[in-house]
Design a protein around this ligand. Structure first.
Ligand code: G
Ligand code: G
Ligand code: MN
Ligand code: NA
Length: 254
């Protein structure tokens, strides 16, 4: 069986799992949300990271079924965490270009929110800067409709693509996630630090929330705080982990 056929089966056979990584409010140290990151438990190869199968899923169209599964699983988990008393946590889900080009994405999410009795306001979608800028006019329409039902929109890996400032100002966006390549050396490298400050400035100018990705050290966190960054995500706080483990983590860090 080739990789593609196995991946197609993985969605149907329950071999996928969502891991979750918290986003931390730098002021309080409390988690304000989590990012869902898909994993594939391959029956013989073990756990396969998304960088190895998401591109295949995108190229083959498997991403349609996989993306639907990810969104449904995130909604189911949101409901489960509600019932478990973790009332205010939000979940961010990564979406591919193809999912955004499916014109019924907002309706699909609205139907999931209804099915799991959650609010779409507790969901966020993350799309990369390159996906957005490749087709800003078309994607802008979908993003407006997503926001219309309350879903937040975040731009992932910000700073690595080619964003047009004219579009950034006009597009329906709520959050910029500073790519971890800038965060990594921000506290030690003058120009990386300046890029981080520039993105924070852009955030205040355009009224966008800023999340720093890939925070691994206290020095990076201190630098970000000193620049007025409010939210961070990275191994310093927690690695992406299974839902049950994350639930334990959340209870300790509430
Ligand atoms: O989880 P990891 O730490 O290895 O993530 C690697 C990459 O895979 C990230 O760029 C992330 O955006 C992408 N990714 C993880 N989960 C999903 C998903 O559910 N859908 C899509 N489209 N991409 C994902
Ligand atoms: O969607 P996105 O491309 O932002 O996916 C986030 C990726 O970054 C995932 O692969 C996740 O496991 C990884 N990641 C999260 N925190 C850290 C970190 O602190 N350091 C590094 N090197 N990777 C991280
Ligand atoms: Mn992401
Ligand atoms: Na990213």
């Amino acid at each position: 069986l080739n990789f593609e056929m196995q991946l197609r089966g993985a969605v149907a056979n329950g071999e996928l799992e969502l891991f979750y990584q918290p986003k931390i409010s730098l002021d309080s140290g409390v988690a304000c949300g989590v990012e869902a990151l898909v994993r594939w438990h391959h029956p013989t190869l073990g756990m396969i990271p998304p960088v190895e199968f998401i591109p295949v899923a995108e190229a083959t169209g498997i991403i349609d079924a996989l993306g639907d599964w990810v969104l449904e699983e995130a909604c189911r988990q949101l409901r489960a965490w509600r019932l478990a008393g973790l009332g205010t946590i939000k979940i961010a889900v990564n979406v591919s270009a193809r999912q955004l080009q499916q014109s019924d994405l907002p309706e699909y999410i609205a139907s999931l929110a209804q099915k799991y009795e959650i609010s779409a306001c507790d969901l966020e979608v993350e799309l990369t800067e390159s996906v957005l800028m490749a087709n800003p006019e078309e994607i802008s329409g979908v993003l407006s409709r997503l926001r219309g039902i309350g879903v937040l929109v975040a731009i992932d890996d910000f700073g690595t693509g080619y964003s047009s400032l004219a579009y950034l100002r006009r597009l329906p966006i709520d959050v910029l996630k500073i790519d971890r390549s800038f965060v990594m050396n921000a506290d030690r490298d003058e120009s990386d630090g300046q890029v981080v400050k520039l993105i924070l400035g852009l955030g205040s100018a355009l009224q966008l929330a800023i999340v720093a990705e890939g925070v691994e050290t206290e020095a990076q966190a201190a630098f970000l705080k000193s620049c007025g960054c409010t939210t961070a995500q990275g191994y310093l706080y927690a690695r992406p982990q299974p839902a049950a483990q994350l639930e334990t983590w959340l209870r300790k860090h509430a």
